[in-house]
Design a binder for this molecule. Structure first.
Ligand SMILES: Cc1cc2nc3c(=O)[nH]c(=O)nc-3n(C[C@H](O)[C@H](O)[C@H](O)COP(=O)(O)OP(=O)(O)OC[C@H]3O[C@@H](n4cnc5c(N)ncnc54)[C@H](O)[C@@H]3O)c2cc1C
Length: 514
């Protein structure tokens, strides 16, 4: 038997890729097993938000994002008469230091993530390797692998993460139950590459026309995506043809003479999640753990949040710097958050998935009345993580920390690139690590912690004033940021930082927080 790897990842979609990178960057030995011999070449996800861009930045592909994406300012919802029912747009730069909304093509992103993963010396990506059995014991898990060349082999790992998508093979091994909200609608997805570029205004919108509910969005630079809902009485076979795709595109001014049809496919959108994301040494992430209708563009985003939440916790457990009980906080933090995102996606779905004219008229009247009261752009939910590895009783714990552009010495760029990721102690009043007594400073350094005195003119110069504004809005003396950019906790005063770090030390040893 060869040495077990630290982590075996089953499935090499965007979630498996990101997790492999986040672990590989920390020097963990990772084997990724992917049953398909080649990458899935066709588009699926087209949108991610600013937090996801920051996670991709942490995965070392931030420099590629401007080339791969186009920012979207507004996402408009119009009725059949062309009246705006809803306008989702937060406009510009998000809290995490990237555009609020970025449009992209999933195969392009996966190519970039693949190159990054393959460049890491401790990550091995093995395509054409289907996991067909799992056997756990007290020290690890054995994965039975059926190779595309007909051979069988065994891989041994200390931890296994199933990132194996909606039809997860790994999921049943956790003994988990699936909660399904029964929100099923069939949509024809059509991806187009127009021969000529044109300006789309709005870039992204929903036509809430009961005669054919339709999504019209960017598919990333140079690409457009249409999604057409299946109407009552329409058969899947009739809908899912190239001829139907062109017929439905014609009113939008497209035909084979001015665009290439990249693909067409019918998807049944679902809303479901798994109640258990860990059983012993086995974990789940991404579509294997949750699926949602794509109206909020959050399916892949949710999976990347899983990877960001799990990566550093697994690393600390493997380094024996934390009890493995901290892995239970992965689900306790992420499930409540993903449920809120699923609920929001369904609420949006209920607006568009209406094929009955009377129902659509009632919806239009209700939404127009609501818009008169509260405006067309209602406040968006900001789904927060649940209880977990957080400081006790701190109202800011679990919120995201801002990222801005900073200068330190000659280096100018986004904070994470200039100062680094991992645990970060930030303060506008000085470097909080200077307040730590030697044993706490040694502990903090051992978990990769760094300090930053950030502010206009400070050693970490807040060139855009984003940190000054954040500290003005949250009057605390210091904040301890986790490696996934959430607040672990705050100190009223920079001198109280030792209590905060001592709390982190206790929580890592005990395996949980509030
Ligand atoms: C039409 C559509 C639009 C969408 N739009 C958006 C959007 O705008 N924004 C967004 O965030 N999300 C969106 N999504 C969702 C997004 O595409 C998925 O959430 C994302 O691809 C899931 O990634 P994953 O890595 O979890 O799973 P997948 O990408 O499905 O990867 C799972 C991998 O596991 C492999 N595998 C399975 N079983 C085994 C096995 N036994 N052994 C080895 N390998 C195995 C599979 O071959 C596959 O490669 C959209 C989805 C669709 C369909």
């Amino acid at each position: 038997m060869t040495e077990p790897c630290d982590v075996a990842i089953v499935g090499y979609g965007p979630v498996g890729q990101t997790l492999a990178i986040l672990l590989g960057q920390r020097g963990r030995s990772v084997v990724v097993l992917e049953k398909q011999p080649a990458a899935y070449p066709l588009p699926r996800a087209v949108h991610f938000d600013d937090e996801i861009a920051r996670i991709l930045q942490a995965a070392g592909v931030g420099a590629e994002l401007p080339r791969l994406t186009e920012p979207a300012l507004v996402y408009e919802w119009r009725n059949a008469a062309g009246e705006t029912l809803l306008r989702i747009g937060r406009g510009g730069m998000g809290l995490s230091g990237w555009p609020d909304s970025s449009m992209f093509s999933q195969p392009d992103l996966e190519r970039v993530l693949d190159a990054r993963a393959q460049a890491l010396p401790t990550v091995r990506v093995r395509r054409g390797c289907e996991v067909v059995d799992l056997r756990s014991d007290s020290t690890g898990i054995e994965l039975a692998v059926a190779r595309a060349d007909g051979h069988r082999e065994t891989v041994r790992a200390r931890w296994v993460v199933g990132c194996d998508g909606a039809n997860s093979f790994v999921r049943p091994y956790l003994g988990a139950t699936v909660t399904d909200l029964g929100f099923f609608f069939d949509w024809l997805i059509v991806d187009l590459v127009p021969f000529e570029r044109r300006v789309w205004d709005p870039l992204n919108w929903q036509l809430c026309d009961p005669a054919r509910p339709t999504t019209v969005v960017s598919g990333g630079p140079g690409r457009r995506r249409w999604e057409f809902m299946r109407l009552p009485g329409e058969s899947l076979a009739d809908l899912n043809t190239e001829a139907t795709a062109w017929r439905l595109l014609r009113p939008w001014g497209f035909d084979p003479g001015n665009a290439t049809l990249e693909r067409h496919a019918v998807y049944t959108f679902q809303a479901r999640w798994v109640d258990r994301w860990r059983a012993g040494r086995l974990l789940l992430a991404g579509d294997a753990a949750h699926q949602m209708p794509p109206f909020a563009g959050q399916g892949m985003c949710s999976g990347l949040r899983d990877a960001a939440n799990l990566g550093w916790k697994l690393d600390l457990v493997l380094a024996e710097q934390a009890s493995d009980a901290i892995l239970d906080t992965y689900a306790s933090e992420r499930i409540p958050q993903v449920r809120q995102v699923i609920d929001f996606s369904i609420e949006l779905g209920k607006v568009i998935c209406v094929a009955d004219p009377a129902e659509a008229a009632a919806r239009d009247a209700a939404m127009t009345a609501a818009a008169r009261e509260t405006g067309l752009t209602p406040p968006l939910p900001t789904p927060a993580i649940g209880r977990g590895l957080l400081a006790e009783g701190d109202p800011l714990a679990g919120r995201l920390v801002v990222q801005g552009v900073v200068r330190r010495g000659q280096a100018l760029g986004r904070f994470d690139d200039v100062v680094g990721g991992g645990f970060v102690l930030l303060s506008a009043a000085g470097d909080p690590t200077r307040c730590l007594p030697a044993p706490l400073a040694a502990f903090f350094a051992s978990v990769g912690g760094v300090g930053a005195h950030v502010g206009p003119g400070a050693p970490v110069d807040d060139v855009e004033g984003r940190y000054a504004r954040w500290f003005a809005a949250h009057p605390v003396g210091a904040v301890l940021q986790r490696p996934d950019f959430h607040v672990f906790g705050t100190a009223r005063d920079i001198e109280e930082t030792p209590d905060l770090v001592a709390q982190l030390q206790r929580v890592l040893a005990a395996g949980g927080g509030r």
